[in-house]
Design a protein around this ligand. Structure first.
Ligand SMILES: [Fe+2]
Length: 343
């Protein structure tokens, strides 16, 4: 699937961004409120009910007032202070996520899709990204903000254009690192392959296992961006977190891929080998950094080279998934609790 920005100015901005390091002063609470901004009442029904239980304990609130709080607006009883924001953020994580309750109850497609589920996925991704960053000695706040906002473009579209929409809207709002996460989260190591991506004509994985294009092919905007961009450790964390965060919690990468494959078209075979190989390598890279031991037979990077079979790569990937998830289970700790202190 070809991916182009909806306006040339974004392509220019994204390419300029490949040469910069952005520093931002947004808080994780800002990221959370940006995520749920504009969601309708039904999308946030459960969260509003919980807010009512929590705040209504002291002051009776109407449902509309609870909804206003989710929209970052002050109401007569509450100023939208950092502490109120923090409370709502924690309620969303602790009461909704930990109790497996979607933020909202609105469903579409005859009840098959809960429209707040993608936001739940984003919150779990933020949580997991923060945990991984923390154990890697990186900034968990930065990772969490990127996780919370990586799928922001889904507000506009659920097809692959959510990637470019997310970049455009967030970069306009000044969320630069998060905007870039929208572009990178689906593509491992800058390769133009993702789990459900249709390769374009002219795309192939070469004999050495690297993504290539036949000469003379027109590359789309995302490909050009990815070829110019150097992934940060945060981008790799997001690649992994996106493949472990469902709307109901964290699962192993292997389990999540099965989950995705059952909901969407299975991988295109031209992508699959490359994707599984690079995911295996990313998991082993991360395992070492979170204090795990990379098994001896997994120490060499896997390459989707000519002659390597899907079966061989799948086996390695399943093993990588298993050892990574086992280590994750040992160290996991609800990182959002750390934000009681606020930042
Ligand atoms: Fe995602």
């Amino acid at each position: 699937m070809s991916l182009y920005f909806h306006d040339e100015k974004y392509k220019k901005r994204a390419l300029e961004g490949t040469k910069k390091e952005y520093v931002d002063n947004h808080s994780v609470f800002d990221a959370f409120f940006t995520l749920i901004e504009g969601a309708d009442m039904e999308d946030l029904t459960n969260l509003c009910k919980i807010i009512n239980n929590f705040f209504g304990y002291k002051y009776p609130l109407t449902f509309t007032e609870c909804y206003m709080l989710t929209q970052g607006k002050s109401i007569s009883k509450y100023q939208m202070s950092e502490s109120v924001k923090r409370d709502i953020f924690l309620l969303a994580y602790s009461e909704c996520l930990m109790n497996d309750l979607p933020l909202g109850t609105k469903t579409i497609n005859d009840g098959k899709i809960n429209t707040s589920d993608w936001m739940g996925h984003c919150l779990w991704e933020g949580e997991l990204a923060a945990e991984l960053a923390f154990y890697m000695g990186l900034d968990p706040y930065r990772a969490m903000k990127m996780g919370i906002l990586h799928d922001y473009g889904r507000k506009k579209s659920h097809d692959s254009s959510h990637i470019t929409y997310g970049y455009e809207i967030l970069s306009d709002k000044g969320w630069e690192n998060e905007a870039i996460a929208c572009l990178t989260h689906s593509f491992l190591k800058g390769g133009r392959c993702s789990w459900n991506d249709q390769p374009e004509d002219g795309f192939y994985v070469d004999d050495d296992g690297n993504p290539q294009w036949l000469s003379g092919c027109k590359k789309d905007d995302i490909t050009i961006f990815l070829e110019n961009y150097k992934y940060t450790e945060y981008d790799i964390i997001l690649n992994i977190a996106d493949l472990m965060a469902t709307s109901k919690g964290i699962v192993s990468p292997a389990e999540r891929i099965v989950d995705i494959a059952t909901r969407r078209k299975a991988f295109d075979p031209r992508n699959r080998l490359y994707f599984l190989a690079e995911l295996t390598n990313a998991l082993m890279w991360a395992l070492e950094r979170i204090g795990g031991t990379v098994p001896e037979d997994m120490q060499k990077p896997v390459k989707a080279k000519k002659g390597v079979t899907l079966e061989e790569i799948t086996k390695k990937f399943e093993r990588a998934s298993e050892v990574f998830f086992a280590r994750y289970e040992e160290i996991k700790y609800p990182m959002f609790l750390k934000f009681f202190e606020g930042k």
